[in-house]
Design a protein around this ligand. Structure first.
Ligand code: SP5
Ligand code: ZN
Length: 342
């Protein structure tokens, strides 16, 4: 299968994030994409191609216009105030505060348009966001054009980004934009299968009231794991979307035996739904040695994930999300893809 990769990701290189009460080097760093790309080449998965450039029209189908505009201006507004290091939010409009007034200063906008301080802007961040989106859309176009599968090697990732907020290293929800683009270009029913360790809260929010896009998430139980405030089993969709959202929260220490059972169940849902195309939010932070996660999947498990997804027998778009054990990130992510190809 083809891989789409944009060099623009390299300009998105933050220095620190706040974890465990201290500033630590960012887990979400450029070398992640380089290692995955190197592994794609090493195993001969297929060509690694630069994506086409896309306008924001497709992104605007699932994201708020004011939010997209903010993404494009955030760094310049931050720098205009004399800042030289990462632009990060510190204040959020939680319960009891006003969120009906869009603020005008950059510090306020960073909080207004985010769920946490995990998505910071550097000078090259916006170009990286656009390059990541371009990868997702170009790969979606391949799948719509009849290819069995394609891999969008997206960085930054996307599944925590909602219709009008960033967070969790994510800005534009690449998988959701691609899913909507596939809907708008011939697919009547799209399934999103999110296998990243963290719940894809942004994806769930975007499609929660939609019956034409099934969202299935397998993830660390939000009672104890980020993003904490979404991803429970009783979230099944609303209105026309009732029944089109499925969450599989799993406890710390989950290994492939129970993780794979959840995958089987989710695949059954996708079959019953009758998806015309499957979008996989492919995170590999389920790995036993991931530095911020608590599942116990081994490198030998990832090809089994790909093989199970292939059994669905549907055109499949893989969109890269998380995974922070950089030594094995390529082996594990590409393991899913080679397992899919059989
Ligand atoms: C796309 C994706 O995988 N985003 C994940 C965002 C996770 N953000 C919270 C990180 C919490 C880190 N806790 C560190 C504990 C290290 N011992
Ligand atoms: Zn994750």
């Amino acid at each position: 299968m083809k891989t789409f990769y944009s060099e623009a990701h390299r300009g998105h290189a933050g220095h620190f994030e706040l974890a465990g009460g201290r500033l630590v080097p960012c887990f979400e760093k450029p070398v992640r994409a380089e290692y995955v790309r190197a592994r794609v080449e090493e195993v001969g998965l297929g060509p690694v191609l630069a994506p086409k450039s896309w306008s924001l029209d497709a992104a605007a189908r699932v994201h708020d216009a004011g939010y997209l505009d903010f993404l494009g201006r955030a760094w310049d507004m931050w720098a205009a105030e004399g800042n030289h290091t990462t632009a990060l939010a510190m204040t959020w409009p939680v319960r009891g505060l006003r969120n009906d007034i869009v603020p005008t200063s950059i510090e306020a906008m960073l909080g207004y348009y985010s769920m946490d301080a995990g998505a910071g802007f550097m000078p090259g961040t916006y170009a990286a966001i656009r390059g990541s989106l371009d990868c997702a859309l170009t790969a979606a176009e391949c799948v719509a054009g009849g290819e069995a599968a394609a891999f969008a090697l997206c960085r930054p990732p996307g599944h925590h980004a909602g219709s009008a907020f960033m967070g969790g290293y994510c800005f534009i929800n690449n998988a959701s934009v691609a899913a909507q683009w596939l809907r708008d270009n011939g697919a009547a029913r799209v399934a999103i299968l999110d296998v990243d360790y963290h719940h894809g809260n942004g994806t769930q929010e975007i499609f929660y009231a939609r019956g034409d896009v099934l969202v299935c998430n397998i993830h660390g139980d939000p009672n104890t794991e980020y993003p904490f405030f979404l991803g429970h089993v009783d979230e099944t969709g609303t209105g026309a979307g009732e029944g089109a959202n499925a969450n599989y929260p799993l406890p710390f220490g989950t290994d492939f035996e129970s993780w794979g059972a959840a995958l089987d169940h989710a695949c059954g849902r996708i079959e019953a739904f009758g998806a015309d195309v499957v979008v996989v939010s492919l995170g590999v932070d389920t790995f036993e040695r991931d530095p911020i996660s608590h599942f116990k999947l081994t490198s030998a498990d990832y090809p089994k994930i790909g093989a199970r997804i292939a059994k669905l027998g549907r055109p499949t778009l893989f969109v890269f999300e998380g995974g922070y054990a950089v030594d094995e990130i390529g082996i594990n992510a590409v393991g899913v893809l080679t397992g899919f190809e059989g």
